[in-house]
Structure formats: structure tokens, C-alpha cells
Design a protein around this ligand. Sequence first.
Ligand SMILES: *Cc1c(COP(=O)(O)O)cnc(C)c1O
Length: 399
Amino acid sequence: MPPFPITRAEISRSRLVGNFQRLHSLLQPMPTGECCDLLAVVKADAYGHGLLLCAPWLAEAGAKWLGVTSVEEGVAVRKLCPQARILVMRGLLRSEVQELFDAQLTPTIWDLAQLDWLAEAAQHRAFAAESIPVHLELDTGMTRQGVSPVGLTKFFDKLKTSPALRLESVYTHFASPEMLDAEQNRQQWAAFEQAVEQIAAAGFHPQWLHAGNSSSVLGQQVAEPLAALAAKYGARCMMRPGIALYGYASRFTGERMATAEIARASLELVLTWKTAIASLRTVEAGAKVGYGATFTAPEKIRLALLPVGYADGLNRKLSNCGHVLVRGVAAPIVGRISMDLTVVDVSSVPGAAVSEEVILLGEQNGLRITADDHARWAETIPYEILCAISARVPRVAWE
Ligand SMILES: *Cc1c(COP(=O)(O)O)cnc(C)c1O
């Protein structure tokens, strides 16, 4: 009998920690002698891997900074990781300020109003002596969030008249880091350098400069210039990988992609998504399977029913398209995936039995199915596949 619950995601601690260490080792030692730090991104429930498990494991593995999207996520991380620095990367909403203070989270800011809210709330704090560190996000060309470099002067004025706030860090985010030769990367980098120079010239001394996600770490094009830039202004440098911690990354393009792909291939998949066969039946040629009768048995076949569906996050686009692993053999998904049930063809799996383990994502007998496979079948990206595994699927700690 498979362990209860039948449909579950096993999360491997050793693989997560291994990936963290591998990414870290890519950044050390820097030719400049600097150490580039890692902020481990654990937003979106650790990319669907379970914040409760992953955040403490990463902190224990040496991650001093953790990145989340919202104050709500930050509060959850704070309960688990009392010592970690926690950066709220989405930026700050007014309604979140008090909770942000209470949980000692570090805000991202780029809007003058955000500084006002923080400065105002800081005055009412019991421990007004300590300044509030803020991280300023620069929009260097992605046009999503962040202050555009032309708007920086107003920020300087506001920060100088807000003694309760301290510009601890300046950062940016790249739009196309996996396209190693993209002109946009060069433009964004140049804009970042210029803005940092402007910030230093205005008399600010941020302690950290950070930039770059998983692709930037694996692509190995950002760390050196970032370390050099940080050294020039007496700051530390940091990069912010997310999905690579969990074993995935976008596909690289560009002349130096081979190096990046080797680094990517060294990562291990942290999550294994399993279920088990709930029942088996043999049907005659002509039997129609599932809603809308989108599959008709071409001959006598053996079907297995799986207690998993799109409510668990199994993408409905895998209907009649994806497969699962049973006894190390690919068993095609037939008919439409339902909310809670999926039917697979196990005709080519000798001896498949009720209660037998089924792999939705992961490895079995040397074969594997990855979130990249699901993403290809569902015409999306592995990020979305991982985040979509729903709360109904328990995340179980694994060695
Ligand atoms: C999500 C995110 C990251 C991590 O991105 P990955 O592609 O998962 O490595 C880094 N920085 C910011 C600002 C983000 O929002």
C-alpha cells in the first residue's frame, strides 16, 4: 500500500540544499575576491514546493536572505525563520505597513507614496531609534515595477527628509536573462550602472546591490560585473535565484549557452508528484472515455483510474496529450482530465495493479517526467506548472 495521502508531493531536502550550494558555488570566489551572496526566492509557496518546508531548510543551509512576494508570505516565513532577512519583492501597499514592521520584513519601494507610508508609520513605532531599511527597485527597462532612473532625484529629496528610513539596497530585475546575447540585457545593465552612480553621487551608500535571477546565476554573465560595481561603491553584491533552487530554469539561447546549460543540468529536481492507481478496467474497442467523449478506444485496452485532476493542479491541457509513469513505463492520459480524476492507458504496463505508485512529475526506473514536459504539453512554462499544484496536494518532507 502506498503511504497516505495517496496523491502527494515529496519534497527532497538534500536536493534543495544541494541546488542552493551549487548556485552558491557558481558565484564564489569572484575574480575580484568579493563574495556574491544569494537571496533565496521562496515566493508562491516556494514555487509550489511548500514554504513551510523549504524556507527553514534554506535558512539552515545558509541563506541569510529570503525573498517573498507579499507581506502575508513574509509573515509566514518570519514565524519559521526568526533570524533571516526577508525581502518583500512585490513592493508595498499601505494596508501592509504595520504588519511589515511587526514581522521585521524589508520592503521594496519605488513610489514616493510608499516612502510616506513608511516614514509616517515609523514615527509611531515604539523603537523609533532604529532606522527602517528599504530596498529601492530600479526599473531599468522591464517596465513592470521600480522607479525609472529619470525619477530618481525626487527620491533623493524624500529620503533625505525621512531620517527614519535608510536606503539599504538598490536593485533591478532583468526581462530576458536567459537570452544571453539579448541587447536588452546590455541596456538594462548600463541603466543600472548609471543609476547606481547617480545614487552614490547624491550621497547615499547602499550596503547591497542586487540583480539577477536563476538564469543570471546559471548564465554567469551578471555576477562579475555586479561584484565589480558593488566593490566600486563599497557595497556587497547579491543575486536572487528562485526556480533554480527547485531544479529548473528557462532554456538558454545565445553564444555562451553551453556553459549555462551545463550549470542547469547540474541541478536536481526537488519535487516528486505521486499518486496511485485507484481502479483498473479493461474496455473493448469503441469505448468512449471521459467528458465530451474525446477518446475512443481503438482496440481492447486496459485503463487505470487515478485520483488526481485539475483541482490538484494537473493541467487540463494534458488531456489526450501527456503521460504518467507506472512501473517505469509511460502510460498515456486518455480522455479529458476531470476535476478529481484522470484515466490513463496502462495496456503496455505489464502487471499494473491497484494501489500501485504512479509518477506525475519525477523519476521512476530511469525514466522521468519534468515540469518542462508538462509545460510543453500545456503550452506554458515550468514555473506555472509547479505553482499550480494546488493546496489539496500535501507537501511531504523527503530526504
Ligand atoms: C521571482 C523573482 C526572482 C527569481 O526569479 P527566478 O526566475 O525564479 O530565478 C528574482 N527577483 C525578483 C524580483 C523576482 O520577482
